[in-house]
Design a protein around this ligand. Structure first.
Ligand SMILES: [Zn+2]
Length: 908
């Protein structure tokens, strides 16, 4: 709980103080380095440095006056905050002339050589040694804070009061009508006998100690409702919006029924949400081995721990919050959950019907009880018959419902809700020159199980290695140009709690100071590199992955980039970048190594990635990752996930360089042109869809992906509320020619807004490139400076006086003045360009938010409203088209157009 008034703004303020102290410190360091490395001119170096300091004191007022004069020429310029900040940035860039105590090359060497397989393994062993559910992991928070502090980060814990559930009790029984039915009067009273009682526990495996821990977490759903319900069963496939629509079309009612859905494709909470809307009284979610790809028992592979297949008793825990409506504490949407804040009702954000996750072993008797009742999956087509994995165990995949007088299930779920503290750990390396430009790097610490070796603690181990590496550099005198904030979030699993509450609390500060957010959730689950990012960061991801050696080289020297397809997906939701990007408009990226097997759920794109790679069958199938189960353990990681921990080390190298570029490159390493290109593609896609629109549209899109094994595509196609395909039923305006015409006109205007943005973006990138070159070359000379050619604003200086006659023939004081003005001008341009990049993403926020989910404010990216994980592009627009509401589609085209204009203007 603590005093958490301290938090970020005061911390940010104290950064300045820390900086001053650190500046002193680095000056000493600098001097020390000068002494050791330049023994020949020991005394002169010291003298020059002192001269330099005196010079600096004289130069500052002059520089300040000149800059102010220049600014005063256009007064309105001064009135804008970003420009004022640019001036501040200019002055600090100039006054310190960004003299890092060592070069970016030295830093890179440290970041590549420090991470080790062994210490990553050690951190992973620590985090997976006991339960660490949200709000029940203070010792791990304190441990993390202490390690980070040891390694040189200014570290503290910040707490929030969260509304959370903890499992109390549960049971699941299959009931069959007893034969000796007793008639009484005109009605009949059925006597039910328990035909099967589900175990609801995962088997203990002697060789995997995690599975036998006393403190094992029961199988349950975060934010599920308590209840004791009985009803017939209906099999609802993946529980996507379109699966439920198919049931409605076939007149299969969910009223009073218990829905049985398989995991996969979309976020689990949305499966429960739709079932609840259609009148179901409870939901069971099971993991069908058919979604595991090649490594199944049906294909002859042994189950964990003897082989790569899923253990039949493995259960996927997880949150059933309505993630696509708003993440974070469901009682405090949009504001931080501090002690004593007002709390609102939760109906919009979490279910009111009970649900539990079950293993396929427990699902089998229920699936079999459906045999012979109602239609079968074959009657509903390929979306239903894909990846059916239990046919060989006698399941016919009948839809049901089971006859209400013969077969029912009883689901009992008791949850205790409390408001309880959760703990984020923050570790800060203060920026030396631009402390108010901030890079945040986050991973969550909480897990559903005692293990959590892949999700999330492979990421935690990787982040620890990165903090330790920066610590090694810091111990040698390194300081970042910008401020780096490392975060170990709590409560991600329940609904991105720690990160969301933190972003909501520091929104004003983040709004002006944040440059980028880097997320790592499941750091390592296998050998396939993957990334999702906003287009501004694509280029940097390619650059960084080209600088790190791949652990699985078929040709010597191959980098991570060489062994990766290069596909970068959009950010949907399902991990902690959500509040940063979708609520605060902060440029974000997510990185991971994932495995090939074990589709049917996963944090964000991991699920999709797993589904995709599973399609590429190889001789040796990849082991199934048993997400959110007791078998996501250290033992699994050591034996199957990352034996030898080479991928942990590689991930730490990739993450370290990603952070380093963002925090130390003088020019912000974004590419605005890539954003414009991506936007053009998105508009093209919408036009394409529009051209295909009409009666055949749905069929065309669907047939294009028949046979595809990708969960991502399945989610995108099936996880949409497309009423237009059903225009006749819904009575909507598919034939509204005028509406469609108006929308086409709006789309044309969107095109020209994208073009305007593209022109400005290309110009900004060109400007940044030329500045990069100038900064690299340097426009300085030696006379008021010691001879350290590692200064960025003076780096690699070639004495180009000969090219400038003024400089050659003018008096020395004049030459100095010209050079200083030149340097200020250069620093100003750098600060100006950086500011344009920093605030570009922010321009895509629409204050009113998306329709019926106003917490989501980004007009270009959001999780699909009925997918949760998958990223939707132009969500407001696409949802309006799906709804056949052309008026609203035109409205959204207008909102987006206005945001694009603002973005273009901001790049000027
Ligand atoms: Zn996770």
């Amino acid at each position: 709980m603590a005093d958490e008034k301290t938090a970020m703004l005061p911390v940010a303020a104290s950064m300045w103080l820390d900086d001053k102290l650190a500046a002193e410190d680095s000056r000493h360091h600098h001097r020390r380095r000068a002494h050791t490395s330049r023994t020949a001119s020991r005394t002169s170096a010291t003298r020059k440095e002192q001269d330099g300091n005196i010079c600096l004191q004289l130069v500052l007022p002059v520089a300040g006056t000149l800059a102010l004069l220049a600014m005063a020429l256009s007064l309105p310029f001064l009135l804008e905050l970003p420009n004022t900040l640019a001036v501040a940035g200019t002055l600090s860039l100039y006054s310190q002339r960004y003299k890092p105590s060592f070069s970016n090359d030295e830093l890179k060497r440290i970041l590549l050589s420090t991470p080790s397989n062994d210490s990553a393994a050690e951190w992973l062993r620590y985090y997976t040694s006991g339960a660490h559910l949200a709000g029940q992991n203070y010792s791990q928070a304190a441990w993390t804070r202490d390690r980070w502090a040891e390694w040189g980060a200014v570290s503290h814990i910040t707490a929030y009061d969260l509304y959370l559930n903890a499992p109390v009790d549960h049971s699941l029984a299959l009931l069959k009508a007893a034969d000796d039915k007793k008639k009484d009067g005109d009605g009949s009273e059925i006597h039910w006998a328990v035909d099967f009682r589900a175990s609801l526990v995962e088997a203990v495996i002697p060789e995997d100690p995690t599975t036998g821990l006393k403190e094992s977490v029961p199988t349950f759903h975060g934010y599920s409702a308590s209840g004791n319900v009985t009803g017939p069963v209906v099999y609802v496939n993946y529980g996507t919006y379109q699966d439920y629509a198919d049931l409605e079309k076939a007149n299969v009612s969910l009223k009073g029924a218990v829905a049985l859905a398989r995991y996969g494709g979309i976020f689990r909470g949305l499966k429960v949400k739709r079932a609840q809307e259609l009148g179901a009284v409870g939901v069971l979610l099971y993991s069908d081995p058919g979604d595991d790809g090649e490594a199944t028992e049906e294909n002859g592979y042994k189950a964990y721990p003897d082989g790569p297949a899923r253990h039949p008793t493995s259960v996927q825990r997880g949150s059933v919050q309505f993630l696509s409506i708003a993440p974070g504490d469901p009682t405090t949407p949009g504001y931080p959950s501090k002690p004593g804040v007002p709390r609102t009702p939760t109906d919009r954000y979490i279910p009111s019907i009970p649900s539990i996750p079950i293993s396929y072993e427990d699902a089998l008797p229920i699936l079999k009880a459906l045999n012979g009742h109602g239609p079968t999956s074959k009657d509903f087509g390929h979306w239903w018959t894909r990846n059916e994995g239990l046919g060989y165990r006698g399941v016919d995949y009948n839809i049901g419902p089971t006859p209400a007088d013969k077969v029912q299930v009883n689901l009992y779920n008791e949850q205790e809700y409390t408001t309880t503290p959760i703990w984020n750990v923050l570790g800060i390396f203060n920026g030396s020159v631009l402390p108010n430009e901030v890079v945040v790097v986050g991973n969550h610490r909480d897990a559903w199980i005692a293990g959590g070796a892949v999700d999330p603690n492979s990421g935690s181990a990787v982040v620890n290695e990165v903090v330790r590496s920066f610590g090694v550099a810091a111990a040698q005198g390194w300081k970042p140009l910008r401020t780096i904030v490392f975060a170990s979030w709590d409560g991600e699993e329940y609904g991105l709690l720690g990160s969301t509450e933190w972003v909501e609390e520091y929104l004003p500060w983040l709004n002006h100071a944040s440059l980028a957010y880097i997320n790592i959730d499941t750091g390592v689950g296998g050998p396939h590199f993957g990334s999702s990012a906003v287009p501004l960061l694509h280029d940097l991801v390619y650059q960084v992955t080209s600088e790190v050696q791949s652990p699985n080289q078929t040709v010597p020297g191959q980098t991570v980039r060489d062994t990766w397809s290069g596909k970068i997906g959009p950010l949907g939701s399902g991990s902690d970048y959500t509040a940063f990007l979708d609520h605060a408009g902060i440029t974000s990226v997510d990185v991971r190594f994932s495995g090939g097997g074990g589709g049917g759920g996963g944090d964000g794109e991991d699920a999709a990635a797993a589904g995709t790679t599973a399609a590429g069958t190889t001789a040796d199938p990849e082991p199934v990752y048993m997400y959110h189960s007791n078998y996501d353990s250290y033992h699994w990681m050591e034996k199957f996930g990352d034996p030898g921990f080479a991928y942990h080390k590689t991930m730490a190298q990739v993450l370290g360089l990603l952070v380093a570029h963002l925090a130390t490159d003088l020019l912000v390493p974004f590419k605005a042109g890539d954003y414009a290109d991506a936007l053009r593609t998105y508009v093209d896609k919408i036009r394409e869809q529009l051209d295909k629109h009409g009666k055949e549209a749905a069929a065309t899109t669907a047939s294009a992906v028949v046979g595809s094994n990708s969960h991502e595509e399945m989610a995108v196609i099936r996880g949409r509320k497309k009423v237009v395909a059903d225009a006749a039923v819904a009575g909507l305006d598919d034939d509204d020619v005028e509406g469609q015409h108006n929308f086409r006109v709006a789309l044309d205007r969107l095109y020209s807004a994208v073009s305007e943005l593209a022109t400005r973006a290309t110009a900004l990138d060109a400007k940044a490139d030329s500045l990069r070159e100038k900064v690299g070359k340097g426009h300085d000379d030696d006379d008021d400076d010691n001879n350290d050619n590692r200064h960025l604003l003076t780096e690699g200086r070639h004495n180009d006086e000969s090219t400038s006659p003024t400089v050659v023939f003018a008096p020395k004081w004049w030459r100095r003045l010209v050079r200083r003005v030149h340097r200020i001008w250069l620093a100003f341009q750098v600060a100006h360009v950086n500011r344009r990049y920093q605030y570009l993403e922010r321009k895509f926020l629409y204050e009113g938010g998306l329709d019926e989910r106003e917490w989501f404010k980004h007009v270009i990216f959001a999780p699909g409203v009925w997918t949760g994980y998958s990223g939707a592009v132009f969500p407001g627009l696409v949802e309006s088209i799906d709804a056949g509401n052309w008026t609203n589609a035109v409205r959204w085209a207008g909102i987006i157009e206005e945001r694009l204009h603002a973005a273009a203007k901001g790049l000027h």
